[in-house]
Design a protein around this ligand. Structure first.
Ligand code: NAP
Length: 286
């Protein structure tokens, strides 16, 4: 059976169109959602991500400002900027582009962001609320994955979900979100004894390992939904996922391509979180 493709680009466009309508309505009421993106240093990949976020804001009518700081910026100076943004009424969401240069303690920076403006959802308050199932900002990539499942009509309830990778930004939060949606969740990592066996049990398989084509068709259950988060650039310049697309798509019922799957959803969900943050802050009068 050839898998159906989960077209992340198309789904992202639909979600962005919905967000644009909402932003227009909010602006009519006098609320303009605002996002501040902070970039320290000149990491080329980070520069592309930051430019894409700024561009997406512009397309949706969200106010955005980019703060570009030199690579040798001291931690205190960055903390000072975060503090200023925490109190800035125009700004409802703050995103500090990771990774940060080594003189800066990432944790200290993430912890300094006002949880009400933590639209990346990486801060301890948000993570804690995610775990206990309270109001929070879902981290953008996992959020995008859940929206994709909803859009293709796959309900995680009662399904066996296997997540490969346990990072704080993808693996752990997506596992938690699938659990809240009543999936039976297994998490795998480098010490998992029989990865293939675990994966073969999955009705929904989410792979975020950062290893090119580590999951092959023989590790996939017939009819599984396969979400490939990985973005790996090979020596020849080609970008591939963590899943071997050709063999996996012979077994899966649905599969995300790389590129064009999870990737386009991530920035879209950042836009959604920014709008949500603006609405929450506005309703509290803050
Ligand atoms: P990460 O922090 O590097 O973590 C990778 C995880 O995968 C770790 O938990 C690691 O296990 C596990 N792992 C690695 N190799 C494995 C193997 N052979 N078998 C089983 N588990 C294995 O990764 P990340 O930040 O979550 O990113 C993962 C991938 O997603 C990367 O390619 C990244 O570029 C991509 N990504 C894409 C987006 C997007 O928007 N499309 C967003 C974020 C990330 P241990 O914990 O045991 O080391």
């Amino acid at each position: 059976m050839a898998a159906q493709i989960i077209d992340g680009k198309k789904i992202a466009e639909q979600v962005r169109a919905e967000i644009k309508v909402e932003v227009d309505e909010l602006k009519q009421k006098g609320l303009e959602p605002g996002l501040a993106v902070v970039l320290v240093g000149d990491n080329p990949a980070s520069q592309i991500y930051v430019n894409n976020k700024h561009k997406a804001c512009g397309e949706l009518g969200i106010y955005s400002e980019v703060h570009r700081l030199p690579g040798d910026t001291p931690q205190e100076e960055l903390l000072g900027l975060i503090d200023k943004l925490n109190y800035d009424k125009k700004i409802h969401g703050i995103l500090v582009q990771l990774p940060l240069p080594e003189q800066i303690d990432e944790k200290a920076i993430i912890n300094a962001i006002n949880p009400a403006k933590d639209v990346d959802g990486f801060g301890p308050a948000n993570v804690g609320n995610l775990v206990i199932g309270d109001d929070c900002f879902f981290p953008c990539t996992p959020h995008g994955i859940l929206v994709m499942l909803d859009k293709i009509g796959v309900d995680p309830k009662g399904k066996r979900a296997v997540v490969v990778g346990r990072s704080n930004i993808v693996g752990k939060p997506v596992a938690m979100m699938l659990l809240h949606r009543h999936a039976t969740v297994t998490m795998c990592h480098t010490r998992t004894q029989d990865l293939a066996w675990e994966c073969r049990n999955a009705d929904i398989l989410v792979v975020a390992a950062g290893r090119p084509r580590v999951i092959t068709g023989d590790m996939i259950k017939e009819g599984a939904v396969v979400i490939d988060v990985g973005v790996n650039r090979l020596a020849d310049g080609k970008v591939v996922g963590d899943v071997d697309f050709a063999s996996a798509s012979e077994k899966a019922s649905w599969i995300t391509p790389v590129p064009g799957g999870v990737g386009p959803m991530t920035i879209t969900m950042l836009m959604k979180n920014t709008v949500e943050a603006a609405k929450r802050q506005w309703s509290r009068g803050s």
